[in-house]
Write a protein that binds this ligand. Structure first.
Ligand code: A3P
Length: 255
């Protein structure tokens, strides 16, 4: 996703009602016909749900906690190789806030408009890479028939050790406790914010302007409370209940 994300994303088009960068639409056949090899690992997320975080965790696991090896290249150049999909989901409100700030700082993205306007577009699914509600529900259903580890940003935040152990189990990897502790430390928000291979500061300011809003912005659960007005929150909740009524999937909006 991020290899694609690094280019211009202002020219948009649609595939099946999902807004995508035009050049992604132009080669949609190629993407649609992609077949994973048996030893491929796919990481899937809605944008701003914690992609970079899980990428760093997986890379550290696959390199047995060797931080130097994990600094060999920036995140989007590092490719893990095992066969299943790990999915990370993040609650709608924090995901939306993070996406809004990402649109502000990433000059390749369409301008978000005001917070109120972006909120409406998010609820309508009229944002790049489509509708958050369909995304999280679609992958939730897909895990019934496919080998997918479905993780939550909020769980990772609450207890990284427990969640990283789930990833280890999924990858059938056994690591010593001291290595596990190293991975936990290396993938904390504070350390990743300082890691030039993970914090996207390698991007020229003309592309990502971290002075507007850093890529590693806050890394918390519940920041939405600093953005939603009471009226916006009520409207969002009512719409959310309708869209999420027929799924067993639930999210925590705070810890
Ligand atoms: P915020 O904007 O809320 O701070 P993605 O990698 O999918 O683009 O997601 C980016 C979001 O994940 C940002 O959220 C970023 O701060 C957060 N993030 C990245 N690494 C993290 C970590 N180690 N711990 C917690 N949050 C992290």
């Amino acid at each position: 996703q991020y290899t694609m994300a690094l280019g211009k994303m202002k020219d948009l088009n649609e595939v099946g009602g999902v807004l995508l960068p035009k050049r992604v639409c132009d080669r949609w056949d190629q993407i649609w016909n992609f077949r994973a090899r048996p030893d491929d690992l796919l990481i899937a997320t809605y944008a701003k749900a914690g992609t970079t975080w899980i990428q760093e965790i997986v890379d550290m696991i696959q390199h047995d906690g060797d931080t130097e090896k994990c600094k060999r290249a920036t995140t989007y150049l590092r490719h893990p190789f095992i066969e299943w999909i790990i999915y990370v989901a993040r609650n709608a409100k924090d995901n939306l806030v993070s996406y809004y700030h990402f649109h502000r700082m990433n000059k390749n993205m369409p301008a978000p408009g005001t917070w109120e306007e972006f909120l409406e577009k998010f609820m309508a699914g009229q944002v790049l890479w489509g509708c958050w509600y369909d995304h999280v529900k679609g992958w939730w259903d897909a895990k019934e028939n496919h080998c997918i580890l479905y993780l939550f940003y909020e769980d990772l935040k609450e207890d990284p050790k427990r969640e990283i152990q789930k990833v280890l189990q999924f990858l059938e990897k056994d690591l010593e406790n001291v290595v596990l502790d190293k991975i936990i430390h290396h993938t904390t928000f504070e350390i990743m914010k300082d890691n030039p291979m993970a914090n996207y500061t390698f991007q020229p300011p003309a592309v990502m302007d971290h002075s507007i809003s850093p890529f590693m912005r806050k890394g918390t659960v519940g920041d939405w409370k600093n953005h939603f007005t009471v009226a916006q929150n009520e409207k969002f909740d009512e719409d959310y209940r309708k869209k999420m009524s027929r799924t067993s999937l639930t999210f925590r909006m705070e810890l």
